[in-house]
Design a protein around this ligand. Structure first.
Ligand code: NAD
Length: 367
């Protein structure tokens, strides 16, 4: 049998504010430009929520759904060995992204630790709880997406009780966003994923839908729900829309048909620049990715701090600190947007670029 060759990347964008930090994506369409863009987003995301990290990202061109668990393990161990000298707890700390999970992080940690000769849990975040993962990490990104949507709803006077919700993507981010927003009183009416969609104007049960997706591989075919496409989902009359799949899903054409009041960007880069302009002109409140989905990296940071201290915080502590970080970042971004008369995306970048530039100029140039 011949060996399989996979192409992998690790891109480090900026470390002025702390060690590089960013996820690892396993997906057939990963390419260097995508990984570079995702790395830059991480730099600005960590700055928006004010955690002491820079930005990085990694990826391997593969389709994990078509690989066995043993194949994913071998691929992960080889990838980790290849980037061994580039990563480290004070250098660059990987985490899960699309197509990777806590098990992949466990293999990365084990490979790194085995090559070092001692256990280094703080080299990656998003690990299983048994290996030093943090309580609340898995749901953190979705919770942050929901907290931002809740804060935006308060600002525009939208009652969350009974507010309708549509979610694109039902993986780690989409599912936990839905779960958290339904807990806040919203009604989940539509979800799509790579295999199809589920629509029920009377409301979908987020947990039941997740169980169905786990069993069948897609949200499509859920009991009592009709099928729905991405195009239809984006056009729905609904209060809150959460894109939580991949980049460039909301194009200019899609944006002109959007009927939602609030978009909380769970995915990285779901809205194209042209679409962003259209949504702003239409008065849709768009909570930008670098703010809305920063809950994940925030709890990753909490995990790293716990690992470095060989400590474990209770779930309530993690959730309370996450809530505090998200609410204050939302307020900073939204206040600046109002003061400057710009979109929340522009103000988030004004804040983030300012912080990175300040750190970079105070560091100066060595030698
Ligand atoms: P995931 O692999 O767990 O889930 C991705 C979901 O998107 C799946 O349900 C998949 O079926 C769906 N999807 C893929 N193609 C689709 C299509 N064409 N139409 C509809 N749905 C489609 O990944 P995830 O971790 O949930 O990441 C989702 C997004 O959130 C990515 O942009 C990722 O970079 C971003 N993000 C993730 C985290 C995190 O903590 N996991 C943090 C910040 C940002």
């Amino acid at each position: 049998m011949g060996a399989w060759v996979f192409t992998g990347y690790r891109v480090q964008h900026n470390k002025a504010r702390g060690p590089y930090k960013g996820g690892v994506r396993y997906h057939p369409s990963v390419d260097l430009d995508e990984v570079k863009a995702l790395a830059a987003w991480m730099t600005f995301k960590t700055a928006v929520v004010d955690i002491p990290y820079g930005g990085a990202k990694g990826g391997v061109v593969c389709d994990p759904k078509r690989l066995s668990s043993g194949e994913v393990e071998r691929l992960t161990r080889r990838y980790t060995a290849m980037i061994m000298d580039e990563i480290g707890p004070f250098k660059d700390v990987p985490a899960p992204d699309v197509g990777t999970d806590a098990q992949v992080m466990a293999w990365m940690m084990d490979t790194y630790s085995s090559l070092k000769g001692y256990s280094v849990p703080e080299v990656v975040t998003g690990k299983p709880i048994a290996l030093g993962g943090s309580y609340g990490r898995e749901e953190a990104t979705g919770k942050g997406v929901a907290v931002c949507a809740r804060e935006a709803a308060k600002k525009i006077g939208l009652r969350l009780k009974g507010a309708t919700l549509a979610v694109q993507g039902y993986g780690k981010v989409g599912y936990w966003s839905a779960e958290a927003l339904v807990e806040m009183g919203c009604k989940l009416i539509a979800v799509t994923d790579a295999g199809g969609g589920a629509y029920n104007p009377k409301g979908l049960d987020p947990r039941g839908l997740k169980e169905h997706e786990r069993r069948s591989g897609s949200v499509s075919g859920y009991e009592g729900a009709e099928g729905i496409s991405n195009e239809e989902l984006f056009q729905l009359e609904c209060d809150i829309l959460v894109p939580a799949a991949l980049e460039n899903q909301i194009s200019e054409e899609v944006a002109s048909n959007v009927n939602a009041k609030i978009i909380s960007e769970g995915a990285n880069g779901p809205t194209t620049p042209g679409a962003d302009k259209i949504l702003y002109e239409k008065g849709v409140v768009v909570i930008p990715d670098i703010l809305a989905n920063a809950g994940g990296v925030t709890v990753s940071y909490f995990e790293w701090v716990q690992n470095l201290n060989r400590d474990r915080w209770p779930l309530e502590t993690v959730n309370a600190r996450l809530e505090g970080k998200m609410v204050s970042a939302f307020k900073a971004v939204s206040d600046l947007a109002e003061r400057e008369g710009v979109s929340m995306r522009t103000s988030a970048y004004m804040l983030a670029v300012g912080k990175v530039a300040e750190a970079q100029s105070q560091l100066g140039l060595f030698p």
